[in-house]
Design a protein around this ligand. Structure first.
Ligand SMILES: C[S@@+](CC[C@H](N)C(=O)[O-])C[C@H]1O[C@@H](n2cnc3c(N)ncnc32)[C@H](O)[C@@H]1O
Length: 232
């Protein structure tokens, strides 16, 4: 029987930013979470350029957290000139936020308010397993489970990966070799990835499963981040 999960315990710092005491890390940059999400994940995967004239596009995310990356993608999908006809966003989360904490985080980005309101309305109960949410031609599959159990439920045609676990130094479990193997198994030809980290363990792990990895300038105070393509 599917079990009900305990919601994440968050701490809000003096600037109103969510911090996760379990991992000792922030959910997103304190210096502009939305700008970071756009730079690292949307631009890092060249979504806008790659979407033009696509029938269907699949995004796979590691670590749903507050849903900020989904909201940023949704805004781009709704406002760009040539979005794909259908967009599937698949993400997992082992310690889901309660709806109240999610809403408090969303309030940090007033420009995303319409998307945030829809997500809050559709946010599923914190029950282990896959939850399907539909917003017109955007389909979201949100898997509440540990990465190890969630990744085998991902589709095998992911076009772009958002690797957004906490920092590898604080969450080694999220960046294990066995998890990287799922990236290769679930990647479409030409799939890309982007992640905020340039840690050598992560770059080597991705190279070992067939990704061509590049370091580029990081967001804000981060010197470097990583992007790359699979099967080139
Ligand atoms: C940096 S936060 C994600 C931020 C998120 N993308 C956002 O937009 O708010 C990393 C997330 O990964 C989740 N996580 C960390 N390790 C995990 C694991 N092994 N399995 C499942 N989820 C995990 C954490 O609970 C956290 O919500």
């Amino acid at each position: 029987m599917a079990s009900t999960l305990t919601p994440a315990t968050l701490v809000w710092d003096e600037e109103g930013q969510p911090f996760c005491p379990e991992f000792g890390d922030y959910y997103f940059s304190k210096h502009g979470g939305l700008d970071e999400s756009r730079y690292v994940f949307l631009e890092g995967n060249a979504l806008l350029e790659r979407w033009a004239n696509q029938e269907r596009f699949v995004i796979g995310e590691w670590g749903f957290g507050t849903g900020l990356n989904l909201l940023a993608v949704w805004e781009l999908f709704s406002t760009c000139e040539a979005p794909p006809k259908e967009l599937l966003f698949v993400s997992f989360e082992g310690s889901p936020l309660c709806k109240e904490d999610m809403a408090q985080a969303h309030a940090l980005w007033p420009s995303l308010a319409p998307y945030a309101a829809w997500l809050q309305e559709a946010y599923p109960p914190l029950v282990q397993g896959a939850h399907e949410l539909r917003f017109g031609s955007l389909h979201v599959r949100l898997i509440f489970d540990h990465a190890r159990r969630a990744l085998p439920l991902f589709p095998t045609n992911v076009d772009a990966w958002f690797l957004d676990g906490f920092a590898p130094s604080k969450n080694a479990e999220m960046w294990e070799e066995s998890l990287f193997k799922h990236l290769a198994t679930c990647s479409n030809q030409g799939a890309t990835f982007a992640t905020f980290t340039a840690a050598s363990k992560v770059r080597k792990g991705l190279e070992a499963v067939g990704f061509k990895v590049r370091k580029i300038s990081g967001f804000g105070k981060k010197r470097e981040m990583s992007v790359g393509e699979w099967g080139c």
